[in-house]
Design a protein around this ligand. Structure first.
Ligand code: G3P
Length: 496
């Protein structure tokens, strides 16, 4: 066997498959987008076969790049869109319904009913999460009530449930392993943050039978072996696994308490390492597990704030409004104007996440005049992405009671220099962009490499992290306050 790690990042809009060598360099990667389905306003579905096919295509595609032979892959690392829930048949492996995507709001009414019945405090205390349709538990319940033939299958013990990580491990091991890692399990609303196990009271509250759930395992170690995967030999250890935001935190080498990163993906997520104890938020943020290395390893916790729409807003400009041809064109278009020209776009296209938690909120564009151009809308979109993050960072600093360290940025849209400058300006904080911005696949590779002993631990990873560009604040404090005030007026309209 060689020393390459194959990392699979199964994201919301597509799958990236990459190869990392033993020096920690990403040597090749491919990405395959797949269709999104919006069966009703506020609903978001994925076809499970599209997810599976994109992974298989990615594995074949990255191997075709000729960096190494399949026999030289020493381990597989996985990372994934979190919270998205799905059910499949244990005997045939066949998906029983579409996957209900994390952005989907179809379970709003049920979550509101639980809130009205006074359950939010207990859910929060046990899971670190708010009661919101974002998390998997209410999605499992919906699937269990709305999937044809489910009762019969449940009675026969054939229903397997899980988040995307769990489904992928099942697929890659030829149905040998039904597991989920602790960082993904932490996003279901069914795992107790302290015991790191499924909580029977929560399972009862959300009406999710314990027997459909996978076993919870650490983020690195021997988690299974490949079996029957086209293009890969049997027996390669699957040795790393984490939700994409936690993998990015790991890939950014945020190993010290207070280290934080912001990933600009479909959504944007600020996550801060809070060390060995969960820190409960009073400002609308989530407490979550960052990772656990090896069986019995001490868990590391994190504080997180996510805006549901980031790159997805740019995709909407491309696909919904047809304002640009390629997502990357947004930077040049937005740079044609000096500022947003009074236009505000609040991209609450799937409700609002942290720190507002308003699943019913919908997007608005305000401040249009006859002088408004496509460029103003593009610029307002970039501003909105940055302003949402600024709201989250402020909430985080409130919880901490002090200023945070410079924020590390990553993800596809972090390559957009204009967006990064706007972000530094509206935050009033310096940003650090590493040389490697694909930190999510990198994180999954590192976890797998540590899992097989290719790297000894986090110290090896920290040494490999290389700073790229810094973005310093250029906007004056009064100008920043004015910019935020205008955004907040538009935001209030969305929340009203
Ligand atoms: O919680 C949702 C998150 O995991 C999705 O990430 O990268 O697909 O925006 P991404």
């Amino acid at each position: 066997m060689g020393d390459y790690i194959l990392a699979i990042d199964q994201g919301t809009t597509g799958t990236t498959v990459a190869l990392m060598d033993a020096t920690g360099r990403l040597r090749a990667s491919v990405n395959h987008e797949f269709p999104q389905h919006y069966p009703k306003p506020g609903w978001v579905d994925h076809r499970v076969d599209d997810i599976r096919a994109s992974v298989e295509k990615g594995i074949r595609g990255v191997l075709r790049k000729g960096v190494c032979k399949a026999s030289e892959i020493a381990a597989v690392g996985l990372t994934n869109q979190r919270e998205t829930a799905l059910l499949w048949d244990r005997e045939t492996g066949e998906a029983l319904n579409n996957a209900v995507v994390w952005q989907c709001r179809r379970t709003t009414e049920f979550c509101e009913a639980l809130k009205s019945a006074g359950h939010e405090k207990a859910v929060r205390r046990k899971t670190g999460l708010v009661l919101d349709p974002y998390f998997s538990a209410s999605k499992f319940r919906w699937l269990l009530r709305n999937t044809p033939g489910i009762k019969r299958r449940l009675a026969a013990g054939r229903v397997a449930g899980g988040t995307v990580d769990s489904y992928l491990v099942w697929q890659l091991t030829g149905g040998q392993q039904h597991v989920t890692d602790v960082s993904n399990a932490a996003r279901t609303s069914l795992m107790n943050l302290k015991t790191l196990d499924w909580d029977s009271e929560l399972a009862e509250l959300f009406e999710v039978p314990r027997e459909i759930l996978p076993a919870i395992v650490p983020c690195s170690g021997l988690l299974g072996h490949t079996r029957g995967v086209r293009g890969l030999p049997d027996g390669i250890p699957i040795a790393g696994m984490a939700g994409d935001q936690q993998a990015a935190l790991f890939g950014q080498a945020c190993f010290a308490v207070g280290d934080a990163k912001c990933t600009f993906g479909t959504g944007s997520f600020i996550v801060m390492n809070t060390g060995g104890e969960p820190l409960h938020s009073h400002a609308g943020l989530l407490t979550t597990v960052a990772w656990q290395l090896g069986e019995g390893g001490k868990p590391v916790y994190a504080l997180e704030g996510g805006a549901f729409i980031c790159g997805a807003a740019v995709q909407w400009l491309r696909d919904g409004l047809k304002l640009i041809r390629r997502a990357a064109d947004v930077e040049a278009l937005a740079a044609k104007v000096e500022d947003h020209g009074g236009v505000e776009f609040v991209p609450a296209l799937t409700g609002l996440g942290a720190p507002h938690w308003a699943p019913e909120a919908r997007g608005v564009i305000t401040g249009l005049t006859r002088g408004t151009t496509r460029a103003h809308i593009a610029r307002a979109t970039l501003d909105a992405i940055a302003l949402q993050n600024a709201d989250i960072l402020r909430a985080m600093e409130k919880d901490l009671g002090r200023r945070m360290r410079p924020l590390r940025v990553d993800g596809g849209a972090s390559a957009n220099n204009l967006l990064m400058q706007i972000q530094a300006d509206v935050l009033g904080r310096k940003l650090l962009r590493p040389q490697l911005i694909e930190t999510t696949v990198a994180g999954a590779s590192y976890l797998a490499g540590i899992g097989i002993g290719l790297w000894r631990g986090t110290a090896d990873i920290r040494r490999g992290w290389q700073a790229g560009e810094e973005f310093r604040v250029r906007l004056s404090a009064p100008a920043r306050r004015r910019r935020r005030a205008s955004w907040e007026t538009a935001l209030e309209r969305t929340l009203r």
